[in-house]
Design a protein around this ligand. Structure first.
Ligand code: SF4
Length: 258
């Protein structure tokens, strides 16, 4: 079987990685796999976007999910379970010191770690697939005006897999990427009119203004965040130097005062 260079796309589903995938295909570059990690905290519009993208490109998107203990009986999604029920042991021990990881924050992004590890494991597995020329090129959708993000990246290049930043190579900015997607009919149900980034709806790292917007325009998702908070003990509800319920009261008061 003839081998060919293998681009594998890390797809967050947002404008940058979507534009990267479409541009790779438009340039005639081979795409061996497109991988999306489903946190379960995505906007409903994201799942519609993925289906639309599959129909447009004719490619099947590989969806990865967070791993759960095999014998776990719960109605919660994996991330909801990790958020509220995961037994957290002290580093290097089996001594459980708290239940549930709680809201992520800048220094402790446990969710991002899960995502990164799952993607890395998938890429490693792909290096065993026959017919793919190594090293695989893991395509990451940082835009040209996000070069600073490259500084914080832990590069996992090896003889089998190297990271590639096509939008940086091509000088495609975030605005270019969004315009490119819009032109091809990808609109995410208008989410980019409300939010600068489309990732987990409940991410505490998003700007305060966007949380206010979430409460105002996506009340069901905001309600879900209040429910999530209720799963945590009262002394572990810290969310962005506050709590979701305190923000709820603050935003409600602001709305009442016009
Ligand atoms: S967007 Fe926020 S909540 Fe979602 S995985 Fe990233 S850091 Fe975690």
């Amino acid at each position: 079987m003839m081998k060919h260079p293998a681009n594998v796309v890390s797809l967050s589903g947002g404008k940058d990685s979507t534009a990267m995938l479409l541009m790779l295909l438009e340039r005639g570059e081979p795409v061996a796999d497109v991988v999306f990690f489903d946190t379960g905290w995505e906007f409903p519009e994201m799942y519609e976007h993925l289906e639309k993208l599959e129909a447009f490109t004719g490619l099947k998107i590989t969806r990865l999910r967070p791993r759960m203990p095999v014998d776990m009986e719960t109605d919660k999604s994996p991330f909801d379970w990790m958020f509220s029920e995961y037994p957290v042991a002290r580093r290097g021990t089996r001594q459980v010191h708290m239940i549930g990881r709680g809201w992520p924050n800048a220094p402790v992004r446990w969710c991002t770690g899960r995502k990164r590890d799952a993607l890395h494991a998938h890429f490693l597995a792909l290096t065993h697939r026959s017919g793919l020329e190594l090293p695989l090129r893991q395509c990451i959708g940082f835009a040209a005006d996000e070069r600073h993000r490259l500084d914080g990246v832990t590069k996992k290049n090896s003889a089998y897999c190297v990271q590639r930043y096509p939008l940086v190579e091509w000088g495609v900015t975030e605005a270019d990427a969004l315009a490119y997607c819009y032109k091809r009919g990808f609109t995410w149900g208008g989410l980019y009119h409300f939010f600068s980034r489309v990732s987990c709806f409940c991410c505490p790292l998003q700007p305060l203004d966007e949380l206010r917007t979430l409460r105002g325009y996506f009340p069901d998702l905001w309600q879900r965040m209040l429910t999530m908070e209720s799963w945590l003990p009262e002394n572990r509800r810290r969310f962005k130097d506050s709590s979701v319920s305190a923000l709820d009261a603050r935003f409600a008061e602001e709305a009442d005062n016009g």
